[in-house]
Design a protein around this ligand. Structure first.
Ligand code: AHR
Length: 665
């Protein structure tokens, strides 16, 4: 077992001789369920600049000049005694699929004429780090040279390189540059001091540490610190690419996986559904370049050792937007996309799509096991389309598990509660395998619903909580906070999911990432700026669950734990980690008081090794992490010995505690 957290010697030993009356009995011979190894996962959607401007480490915004406003992100740079014009062209492009490029026409070179790119809210640049610059260029009127500069916020050139001998044919020119200074909001200049014409396209700048290697294969150009945050979550599954972006505001702008693989120069961008979704967080420069596409998502799943969980469009655009529908008799290509995706992931290298995967560098299958049919879909229109997908997929791939939608959070979509009842009754009739539920609610709802799944039918479809997050103020409100109380409510809810592990087989928080200057939705699990990142208290809750999953759910009987005002003070689950031979107890103390409890382990003996307690708590229930204090709410770890199988433990006020108790095999 590897522990991420340091032993905190300031936590006093909390095990004392057994006297307290409130008591918990855990019988390790009474196994209630197997816990899915992929139970706690993660969900990446390109919202809040999560992919473009975030995880996808490209620093140049609108690198291909294909935003509808083709000069967005670019400005003209005219140094002393320089004159010229810049214009967008599309005649004789280097890549017809993305035809626009920039023409820089220099009549007077002076000290430099050219263009600057502002990046995604600036470019995060690190001193000493190598950066890869790449551009497609030509000089229609004879050879020309230009220089590449990285310029800090205060106007200093902190890195530069020269590209010489650009001739009349489109060619790719590359160089590496190493900045002399760290800067959170730098920009990139392309300047020439020669008179003439210079055409440029696919202007690109990446940090060289953005390539991660998985068994020798590079994962193209991801932001290392954000991947590290994902890796430290140890997710059991990886859901992608959305969310509402799967559906699109209309069908033209839905996510089409085939447009996101292969030669990056041919990937066509589309508007992000989050660009103009919220007037209060309008983000007119939000487009999906698909530099991070399905192949990269599969590679990332593999790197994270997480089961890939793609979600596909089922012929319906977002029902919060246009709700556009593909007629039933025109659904064929959508179903084919799903079938081809499975072949792309799992097919042999002799199959059409398996061959494409192999050509991209991954002859081995990705071992895809599950697929989501639509995101937040509802109505008979969904059921009709879902049936068509299930029939076609099951005929060809009977082992692929299919995930069905139950709309959005029932509190927010039209007739939500009735709708969900309807969808559930239809999905039961159809023997759906896995049903996806979403919850964006206040903290009290999460505490109250820690028992929700106790009352569900445990013999029907399995449940996936595909999106959940506590909203401190209200759904999608910009003043929602990632505070400790909200995180604690999620922990109580997750204990309820674990207690029902025979029914609830997977869960993930949403959304995952948010750029501090470019978000649309809050709360979010991980915040970042151009150089830094931090995990919220919610992140550490997710992490504690996935690092302490266990494989066999145990029976927990609580006795005489007082419930002031009918509110549960302690939420508790227990499981066995067979490999480590440890009983894992998870407990949330939802009150401001200590909870002293006798823990009684039945049908086992202690191994003699120390018990480890990992405690997540905070000075105040409104505590939050931040760039300045990224670990204000952070797990502390302590070890202590207990003499026998019955011992007292004091659960701190407002805390999530994980106890790992070594037992004999
Ligand atoms: O997580 C943010 C959004 O919330 C998702 O895109 C959507 O599925 C849900 O409505």
């Amino acid at each position: 077992m590897s522990w991420l957290y340091l032993l905190d010697s300031f936590i006093l030993l909390m095990a004392v001789p057994a006297h307290a009356e409130p008591r918990v009995d855990i019988d390790i011979s009474s196994v209630k369920a197997q816990i899915n190894p992929a139970m706690w996962g993660t969900f990446l959607e390109d919202i809040n600049f999560a992919a473009d401007g975030g995880l996808y480490a490209e620093l140049v915004k609108n690198r291909s000049f294909e935003f509808p406003n083709a000069t967005a992100g670019w400005t003209k740079v005219q140094k002393q005694r320089a004159r010229g014009v810049i214009s967008i062209r599309d005649t004789d492009p280097f890549e017809p699929k993305n035809p626009h490029y920039m023409r820089i026409e220099v009549s007077l070179a002076g000290e430099g004429f050219g263009i600057a790119n502002e990046g995604f809210r600036g470019m995060g640049i690190r001193e000493g780090q190598k950066y890869w610059f790449s551009v497609y260029a030509r000089a229609p009127m004879g050879s020309i040279s230009f220089r590449v500069e990285i310029v800090s916020q205060d106007g200093r050139v902190i890195a530069q390189a020269k590209v010489s001998g650009v001739d009349s044919q489109w060619k790719n020119y590359t160089c590496t540059i190493v900045p002399t200074q760290t800067c959170p909001k730098a920009k990139l200049n392309l300047l020439t001091t020669e008179k003439g014409l210079l055409d440029v396209d696919m202007v690109s700048l990446f940090p060289s540490d953005g390539t991660l290697s998985f068994e020798g294969r590079p994962i193209p150009r991801l932001r290392q610190d954000l991947v590290q945050m994902l890796a430290e979550l140890k997710p059991g599954f990886f859901r992608f690419p959305g969310g509402c972006i799967v559906e699109g505001r209309d069908l033209d702008n839905r996510y089409q996986w085939k447009n996101t693989i292969g030669d990056i120069n041919k990937r066509k961008l589309i508007i992000s559904r989050w660009n103009n979704e919220f007037a209060h967080r309008y983000t007119p420069d939000y487009y999906q370049s698909f530099g991070l596409g399905f192949y990269e998502y599969f590679l990332l799943s593999e790197k994270l050792n997480a089961e890939p969980m793609p979600i596909i469009n089922c012929g319906m655009a977002c029902q919060f937007n246009t709700g556009q529908l593909v007629p039933m008799d025109e659904l064929g290509p959508y179903v084919q996309d799903a079938l081809d995706l499975i072949e792309f992931a799992n097919g042999s290298v002799d199959s059409k799509w398996g061959k494409i995967r192999a050509e991209l560098g991954h002859p081995e299958p990705f071992n895809l096991k599950m697929l989501g049919i639509g995101n937040e879909q509802w109505g008979p229109q969904y059921i009709g389309r879902y049936k068509v997908f299930v029939k076609a997929i099951k005929e060809k791939y009977p082992d692929i598990k299919l995930i069905a939608a139950t709309g959005s959070d029932p509190a927010i979509f039209p007739n939500g509660y009735k709708e969900v009842e309807y969808l559930w009754s239809e999905l039961r009739k159809l023997n759906a395998e896995i049903v996806d539920e979403h919850f964006y609610r206040p903290p009290e709802w999460f505490f109250e619903n820690a028992y929700r799944y106790d009352d569900y039918d445990h013999n029907g479809p399995k449940i996936f909580i595909g999106e959940f997050a506590t909203q401190s103020k209200g759904i999608a409100r910009p003043d929602n906070r990632n505070n400790w109380y909200c995180s604690l409510a999620e922990a109580a809810f997750m204990i309820g999911l674990e207690r029902n592990a025979d029914l609830v087989i997977m869960a993930c928080y949403a959304p995952l990432f948010a750029h501090i200057d470019a978000w649309q939705w809050t709360p979010d699990l991980i915040w970042f700026d151009n150089l830094k990142t931090y995990g919220t208290p919610n992140y550490y809750v997710q992490q504690l669950f996935s690092l302490n999953r266990g494989d066999k759910l145990l029976d927990v009987q609580t006795r005489q734990i007082p419930e002031p005002e009918g509110k549960k003070p302690l939420y508790m689950s227990a499981c066995l980690d067979q490999k480590a031979s440890e009983v894992i107890i998870k407990a949330v103390n939802s009150t401001g008081k200590n909870q002293l409890v006798t823990i009684n382990l039945k049908s086992t003996q202690l191994s003699g090794k120390d018990v480890v307690a990992i405690v997540l708590s905070a000075d105040s229930i409104t505590a939050e992490n931040s760039f300045e204090q990224p670990k204000k709410v952070y797990p502390k770890q302590v070890q202590f010995s207990v003499a026998d199988e019955s011992f007292e433990y004091n659960f701190e006020p407002y805390s999530l505690t994980v106890l790992r108790i070594p037992v004999s095999r």
